[in-house]
Design a protein around this ligand. Structure first.
Ligand SMILES: Cc1ncc(COP(=O)(O)O)c(C=O)c1O
Length: 470
């Protein structure tokens, strides 16, 4: 393939520029560090007179892939060209609305707002959660026994796993899975059992609904050791909003195998085209065995505030409260007050409806960009992620790649190439699969469109440069 310079949207080609070379050096350096740390586990290592790693770290770090160089460090802004547009990481490049931020300031102006909260969560926030969400659960939620505020959805999920897993208990995880699930399960002694969603690759214009569960395969993955199933709807990174029929089939298996269903619904306020988000807990008989996970980070564009919550029956919430109390004691107090204000005002301000239509506009910009380019992608029905099919992307044979992407799925190289050559970062999807199923994920790169429309338009303009490589 001929090496060509890109159109004027990018200042210069990334092929073998000094920046590429410096990035590669960073990679060789961090790779060396990783190797040193790996070797040092089990033996004191002496580096430049400083004694490091005298005591080996716990194996669970390795088993939970916590030490591997993950996508977030490989595709970290520091390793990419300085003007690279970041559509990799799933956080917004805009703030929560001012009226919610004001509530955080008001809380900090009080004495109590700066101190410990009750481990269950601040009463005002639990009351706001009850008022906002009770109708969506078809029941009056009990603020004392059925709602638990956590330090982000992630810590809530971790606490449920701490509360219920015994060593060797099996946890079903659909692939691609949100990457925190794996360490959270493994750190708590659980054994992940992977069940992939299967994309229909015959379609020229697939949607997230074309990613399906093979229910026979799901059933085969279950046995008497299975304790929990991790469900995620709307799904990161596919954007799939599971249908009622699919959820009913999962519910039947949950009943048959007596499972807890961890229903991660952190993107429940981001569903497009009038598609119905079905709350798993609302299916017949499912309230009793479901813990629903939600996140103020996603709902109010405040991912760094670290506020989330769990809703479920008292028999799940009570032991989980015991776990979360020992893990974090309580969550960030002023931000709980701010999130309470967010929930109290959201309906009056039609905040969720407006936000959702803004995300629909963002989805339109990015999907039309890929339409123009003629590249296939999965149109998401929910969330702020879009999967680009990169199986037809071809890069020059002599394009320089860092060692960290060698030996990984093909998508790692594709994402590196797009970032370096085009100046837009994305995330390789095979990271969210077990090794056995990498071949499904390596056909895709995840683009996060939780960015302002100007940024997305600039990204789309740059991405047209891919036409030379398909
Ligand atoms: C599917 C899913 N679950 C949970 C989380 C964690 O949310 P939080 O930031 O509230 O911990 C995320 C964040 O990206 C996610 O995508």
């Amino acid at each position: 393939m001929k090496l060509t310079r890109l159109a004027s949207t990018r200042p210069a080609s990334r092929l073998l520029t000094p920046q590429t070379i410096s990035s590669l050096r960073t990679y060789h350096h961090s790779r060396r560090l990783m190797a040193v740390n790996g070797q040092a586990n089990g033996a004191a290592h002496k580096a430049g007179g400083v004694r490091t790693n005298l005591v080996p770290f716990a194996n669970r770090l390795k088993e939970g892939r916590a030490l591997a160089q993950d996508v977030w460090s490989i595709f970290n802004a520091a390793n990419l060209p300085t003007d690279c547009i970041n559509l990799g990481q799933g956080y917004m490049n805009f703030s929560p609305p001012q009226w919610i931020k004001d509530a955080a300031g008001e809380a900090m102006a009080t004495v109590v707002g700066n101190h410990y909260s009750h481990p269950k969560g601040r009463p005002r926030l639990r009351e706001a959660i009850k008022n906002y969400f009770s109708p969506t659960f078809g029941r009056e939620l009990d603020v004392e026994t059925e709602i638990l505020v956590t330090s982000g959805a992630n810590e809530g999920q971790y606490s449920v796993l701490t509360a219920f897993l015994e060593d060797g208990d099996e946890v079903i995880m659909f692939e691609p899975f949100f990457d925190q699930y794996l360490p959270s399960v493994v750190f708590n002694g659980g054994k992940p059992v992977y069940v992939p969603l299967h994309p229909d690759r015959s379609k020229s214009k697939p949607t997230s609904d074309d990613w399906k569960i093979d229910f026979e395969e799901l059933r085969r993955a279950m046995n008497s050791r299975t304790k929990i199933i991790m469900l995620n709807t709307p799904h990161n990174p596919v954007g799939k909003v599971f249908t009622r029929e699919e959820l009913e089939k999962i519910a039947a298996l949950a009943e048959e195998f007596n499972l807890i269903v961890m229903s991660d619904e952190v993107y429940d306020s981001l569903v497009f085209d009038g598609k119905e988000h079905v709350r798993f807990a609302m299916l017949p008989g499912m309230w009793d065995r479901t813990v629903t996970v939600q996140s103020a980070g996603k709902m109010f564009a405040a991912t760094g505030w670290r506020i989330g919550w769990l809703i479920g029956p008292a028999w799940i919430i009570h032991p989980t409260l015991a776990a979360t109390t020992r893990i974090v004691f309580c969550s960030n107090s002023p931000m709980q007050e701010a999130v309470a204000a967010g929930l109290e005002e959201a309906s009056k301000r039609q905040f969720i409806e407006i936000q959702c239509s803004e995300y629909a506009e963002r989805r339109k910009i990015i999907s039309e960009g890929f339409d123009k380019l003629g590249m296939r992608y999965t149109l998401p029905e929910g969330t702020y992620f879009l999967l680009l099919d990169i199986s037809n992307l071809k890069w020059p044979d002599n394009f320089p790649f860092p060692p960290s992407v060698e030996g990984r799925g093909r998508d790692f190289k594709a994402c590196w190439f797009i970032a370096m050559e085009i100046g837009v970062s994305s995330i390789p999807v095979s990271e969210f699969y077990c090794e056995e199923h990498v071949s499904i994920g390596e056909n895709y790169a995840r683009f996060a469109f939780c960015k302002d429309t100007d940024t997305l338009r600039r990204a789309v303009e740059r991405l047209q440069g891919l036409s030379r490589f398909i």
